[in-house]
Design a protein around this ligand. Structure first.
Ligand SMILES: Nc1ncnc2c1ncn2[C@@H]1O[C@H](COP(=O)(O)OP(=O)(O)OP(=O)(O)O)[C@@H](O)[C@H]1O
Length: 277
C-alpha cells in the first residue's frame, strides 16, 4: 500500500494565461507524507488554483512543486483529484465504474482483487453489481472514492467533493475519508468552505487571503482519535479557524466581532454562510 507523498512548493506563483492579475502570490509550503491538509479562504482567493498546481493538472507560472523530491510537470495516477460531481458513467455498474481508473492505466489484471478490496474500504461491498443510478449522492461519492483508491494513490486531492451532500451523509464521508487516508498512509489535501469539515478531516489548515492568494495563517488541528463537533478541542480549533478566516477575508472589526460572537456549533457558522454566498 502507498506510504503517502512528501510535497513541497518552492516560490510558487501563478497568473493565468491571457493576462489578468496574479492569482497566487508566493506559496512556499511543505506537506508531510500522510498528512491531511485543508485549504480554506474566501471565494476566489486561489484555493482551487493551488490544488490544481499541487496535483500537476496546472503548471505554475513561477516556481516549482516537488513530490518526494521530484519536480512535477503533469498529472499522475498517484495523485488523484476528486470533485463535487462524482463523474460516474450512469449505464455502468458500481464495479465497472470503480474499475475505470485501472482500465485507463492498463491495470485491469488487478481488477479482480482490487475492486472488491476498495469497495469494502468504502463500505459498498454489497453494491458491486448495482447500477450507479440507483445509489444515493453519498453512495455515488463513495464509488468515486473507491475508483480513486483502486489506483493506490500517494495523494488524494479533494475540491469540495462533499458540498452537495446532506449534513449526515457528509459527516460520515468526512470521517471515513480521513480514516481511510490515515490507514493507507495517503497524503490528503482538501479545499473546503466549511470550517467544520476542515476540523473533522485535517491535521492542519492553511488559511488563504486573496489578491494575490497567499498563506495568511496556519492552524494545527491536533485532535487525536475520532472527532465530533461536540468535543471541546473541536470547538476550540474551530474558533481559531473562524478568527483566522475572518482576518484573512479582511472583514471589518464590527463584522468580525459579529461573526466570532456566534459560538453555536449546531447552526452553520456565520462565516460558512458568508462563504457560501
Ligand atoms: N482558468 C482560469 N482562467 C483565468 N482565471 C481563472 C481561471 N480559473 C480561475 N481563475 C481566477 O483565479 C482566481 C482564483 O480562482 P480559484 O478558483 O482558484 O479560487 P477559489 O479560492 O478556489 O474560489 P472558490 O472558493 O469560489 O472555488 C479567481 O479570480 C478566478 O476568477
Amino acid at each position: 500500500m502507498a506510504g503517502g507523498a512528501h510535497i513541497q512548493t518552492i516560490g510558487v506563483s501563478h497568473t493565468y494565461k491571457g493576462g489578468g492579475a496574479k492569482v497566487l502570490g508566493q506559496i512556499d509550503l511543505e506537506i508531510r507524507p500522510g498528512e491531511a491538509l485543508a485549504l480554506i479562504g474566501r471565494s476566489g482567493c486561489g484555493k482551487s488554483t493551488l490544488l490544481h498546481i499541487l496535483s500537476g493538472l496546472s503548471v505554475p507560472s513561477v516556481g516549482k512543486v516537488l513530490v518526494d523530491g521530484a519536480l512535477i510537470t503533469e498529472p499522475s495516477p498517484s495523485r488523484i483529484m476528486m470533485f463535487q460531481a462524482p463523474s460516474l458513467y450512469p449505464w455502468m455498474s458500481v464495479e465497472q465504474n470503480v474499475g475505470l481508473g485501472l482500465r485507463f492505466n492498463g491495470k485491469m489484471k488487478e481488477a479482480g482483487h482490487r475492486i472488491p478490496e476498495v469497495l469494502e474500504l468504502v463500505e459498498l461491498g454489497d453494491y458491486a453489481k448495482r447500477n450507479v443510478q440507483d445509489l444515493s449522492g453519498g453512495q455515488q461519492q463513495r464509488v468515486a472514492l473507491a475508483r480513486s483508491l483502486a489506483l493506490k494513490p500517494d495523494v488524494l486531492l479533494l475540491d469540495e467533493p462533499l458540498s452537495a451532500l446532506d449534513a449526515f451523509t457528509r459527516h460520515a464521508l468526512q470521517r471515513d475519508i480521513r480514516r481511510i487516508c490515515k490507514d493507507l498512509g495517503i497524503t490528503l489535501i482538501l479545499v473546503t468552505h466549511d470550517i467544520n469539515e476542515a476540523v473533522m478531516m485535517a491535521d492542519r489548515a492553511l488559511v488563504l487571503k486573496a489578491d494575490p492568494g497567499d498563506i495568511d495563517a496556519e492552524i494545527a488541528i491536533p485532535i487525536p482519535g475520532g472527532r465530533l463537533p461536540s468535543m471541546q478541542e473541536f470547538s476550540d480549533v474551530r474558533r481559531q479557524l473562524v478568527a483566522a478566516y475572518e482576518a484573512a477575508a479582511g472583514l471589518t472589526m464590527a463584522e468580525a466581532q459579529g461573526f466570532i460572537s456566534d459560538k453555536s456549533l449546531n447552526a452553520p457558522a456565520p462565516v460558512e454562510r458568508l462563504a457560501a454566498n
